[in-house]
Design a protein around this ligand. Sequence first.
Ligand SMILES: Nc1ncnc2c1ncn2[C@@H]1O[C@H](COP(=O)(O)OP(=O)(O)OP(=O)(O)O)[C@@H](O)[C@H]1O
Ligand SMILES: [Mg+2]
Length: 505
Amino acid sequence: MTENTLEELDGSFANQILETVDTLVVILNRHGEIVFFNRACQLLTGFNAGEALGRKVWDFLILDEEIDAVRGAFEALNAENTPSHFINYWKTKDGAPRIIEWSNNTLKDEDGAIAYILGTGVDITESKSKEAALYESKSFLRAIVGASPVAIITSNEKGTILSFSRKAEAIFGFKENEALGQNLTLIIPEPDRLRHDQYLNHYLETGERRIMGKARQVTAVKKSGERFPVVIHVNEFHDGVRVFVGFIEDLSEQKVTERRLEDVKNQLQHIGRIGAMGEIAATIAHELNQPLTAAASLAGAVSLTLRKVEFPQRDDAISHLNETVSEIRRASEIIRQMRDFMRKRKTAKSLHDVNHVVEEAIAIALIGAEAGGVHVTTDLGANVGEASLDRIQIQQVVINLIRNSIDAMQDAEKKHLAISTAKKSRFIEIKISDTGHGLSDDVKKRLFEPFFTTKEEGMGIGLSISKSIIDAHQGEITAIEKESPGVIFSIKLPVGGHDKAAKSQ
Ligand SMILES: Nc1ncnc2c1ncn2[C@@H]1O[C@H](COP(=O)(O)OP(=O)(O)OP(=O)(O)O)[C@@H](O)[C@H]1O
Ligand SMILES: [Mg+2]
């Protein structure tokens, strides 16, 4: 308050008027410091003049979140010399917020330069609450109806259209004024058109709810005559008279989306199947290789033994045995090549956001599965980040594990499937936990064996495929027992996907 005080107003008549009016009057100097704070301001805020003068309004009267806006308004006034209107909160001495509508202007000195900023304000806290109450009114309702993404049509008992929402205009092609006063049959195609009146009469006479209160899929007709599928949900209410309200959703777009989703699903299953076949072939190759190697070395050993004994056609026998060994080796070699070929062809690793990959897999697994009654929760860790992986293959693994869990919980009382991801120091862990029947000791030992299954319709390849996929990612897949019923399957993928980090942890 060094320069720019209001000495010239002090004690003046104008000053007395400003003091006595009910309007809030506050005057700031060009630095934003309060130089005048009338009685109305003091009564409202609980700060007396001595407490307010010389301080900046935003230092004690403004809510934190509005400080920048208030300073901005002050600076604009200070620079541009324009009157402004502004609504903001003031907080009183005991912290209560009041809504004030301000009308601001500048006061100039004799040279026409801005000397002060004058704010006159009205406390509109109470009338704002009244506005809030008005929200309940019909105009608010109309606004909601107008904003509804579902078409809303109301009619009276005779089927005469009373209201026709904006979305109804959009999907049926009739303007509101074309539809109002018309019968609902306007949007109902033959043959239902005839039946509609009968339905309505039947309901009015008997109260029997055939369509009332239920969502039904029916065919509707546009102004252009085009028929299209809709879901309609009809209810009634009383507004002096009986009013029917129909909520109508255009299904044509949804049908297209559904069809597209179905295509994607088929494609994925196809890719999954090709992947699975490759994996089965690789697994068989691996499994066959061992007995073939054993057979070759046994035959070799027999051939060596034969050399030590004398009997007729010994040389023939030895030569046949040697051929046997070389045929077995050839078969092994073919199988080895086939396995290498399958392996090479299938891996297409690149960096992927692990959470994203898992989320997609969950969605796919739950589309196809009879997830009836299963409560699914996910806890995808923040900062899990990326790993180098073959997206389809890893999704295959997650889907296999989810399906197994759902199978295992079929008869369980509590069905809870929990899927989580977390980043550990050098690997990313995906966990799938269920509350199913768990693993017996025998099953635990043979879990990852190809063709091991305990299910009537199982092939027993889900986990062996999963294991070979995770092995190809230098990762690790394990089953962890839980204290409560169920199993947790854990997949560890190395961060970056190149080192053996997951194995060593
Ligand atoms: N979450 C689980 N809870 C309990 N047992 C499980 C679980 N996951 C797998 N198993 C057991 O491991 C066996 C092998 O599972 P795997 O996925 O390899 O084959 P499957 O599910 O029987 O058949 P499919 O080839 O169709 O997947 C299952 O039959 C089941 O006994
Ligand atoms: Mg399975």
